[in-house]
Design a protein around this ligand. Structure first.
Ligand code: IMP
Length: 202
């Protein structure tokens, strides 16, 4: 059976592999040839200059579509903290400045939240999929709270200070497999997989 190309507008091979696993588990990999931006000859960085996760995801999927003409999707994720009015949100990767690393971003987050008793937060992933000329968006959310200090060293980004609701430990302590089963990214990708399944069964 011929497969159809499906491009993920990312330069991050780990993200592509996470998507591949989920599409595979949904029985979709016999229908699609999944590619990332390396595979269509793109070099450099995909700009992320929009003010919302939705805007960034759309801008990235448009870059991929315009370059390749293939159906294309992109994701954008942010940590949204209630007491900080949704910050760091779309600025999560660079909360402590352009050259910030995860350690500095966490330091800034903990310092901004000093004195707050409401530490509710959520990770939110938005996927923009350009499919047969139309845009479809999918969202995944994990609700939780920001701890007052780091717990664990697993994962990346804000994982050591984020405890998902219903769990006693942070993402920084959880096994990768367990985190991936409940993560914001996983939920958004699953929704896209369900959509793609409907499309190929039409
Ligand atoms: P991206 O859109 O996937 O590149 O995510 C933007 C930023 O959000 C990352 O640089 C991290 O700081 C943060 N982030 C996204 N996903 C996670 C996660 O699963 N755990 C911790 N931090 C995350």
């Amino acid at each position: 059976m011929a497969t159809r190309p499906l491009l993920m507008a990312t330069m991050n091979r780990h993200k592509l592999e996470e998507v591949r696993n989920i599409l595979d588990n949904s029985g979709l990999m016999s229908h699609f040839t999944l590619m990332d931006m390396h595979d269509v000859g793109f070099t450099g960085d995909i700009p992320e200059v929009e003010m919302t996760l939705e805007g960034n995801a759309r801008a990235k999927s448009m870059v991929g579509y315009n370059l390749s003409g293939f159906d294309c999707f992109a994701d954008d994720t942010g940590l949204e903290v209630l007491s900080l009015g949704g910050a760091p949100g779309v600025h999560s990767a660079r909360y402590a400045g352009e050259d910030a690393d995860a350690g500095k971003n966490i330091d800034r987050l903990l310092s901004e939240l000093k004195g707050f008793t409401n530490r509710k937060a959520r990770f939110r992933t938005v996927i923009s999929l350009l499919f047969e000329g139309d845009e479809f968006t999918f969202e995944g959310v994990v609700e939780g709270e920001i701890l007052t200090e780091r717990r664990g060293v697993k994962g990346f980004g804000y994982d050591p200070v984020f405890r998902p609701n219903g769990y006693s430990v942070s993402f920084g302590i959880m096994d990768a497999a367990e985190k991936n089963r409940i993560s914001h990214r996983y939920q958004a990708i699953r929704k896209m997989a369900t959509f793609l399944k409907q499309q190929i069964n039409k």
